[in-house]
Design a protein around this ligand. Structure first.
Ligand SMILES: [Zn+2]
Length: 139
């Protein structure tokens, strides 16, 4: 569909639905992560009764990966909730740095985007943010 042929209302409905779906997925992932962590703290799967250094480091590494995943999800969730608040407040879809419209194609690919691609790239150069989220934000 041509971006110009749909109304702002239709666009907002579509993006709101997308944001809500993302929020639900993140909430589910966070709940599952918390559950797994709880289960594992009660029943150590990767370490025996007398863990050797290798076992412990594998378990630690897996916990680190999971913790990184959880904090990434939590951060994304905050961005999604902020985007939903902007939708309700009527400020959604504008770049928070330069105030220009964020193109619909970008919003469809990254519905929680806070900046246009130019400002986002400038910001990432400034902060040298090379994490996985930075890649997603470059859409
Ligand atoms: Zn901008």
């Amino acid at each position: 569909m041509n971006a110009d042929s749909i109304t702002t209302e239709q666009m907002n409905d579509e993006l709101r639905q997308q944001l809500i779906d993302t929020r639900d997925r993140l909430l589910r992932e966070l709940a599952e992560g918390a559950q797994r962590r709880q289960a594992e703290s009660g029943f150590p799967v990767h370490t025996g009764d007398v863990p050797d250094a290798g076992d412990t480091s594998v378990a630690t590494e897996q916990a680190d990966i999971r913790n990184a995943q959880i904090s990434r999800d939590a951060m994304e969730l905050r961005q999604v909730e902020a985007a939903l608040a902007r939708l309700d407040g009527g400020t959604y879809g504008y770049c928070m740095d330069c105030g220009q419209d964020i193109p619909l194609a970008r919003l469809r690919a990254a519905s929680a985007a806070e900046r246009c691609i130019l400002c986002q790239s400038a910001r990432e150069r400034q902060y040298a943010d090379t994490g996985p989220l930075a890649v997603a934000r470059r859409v």
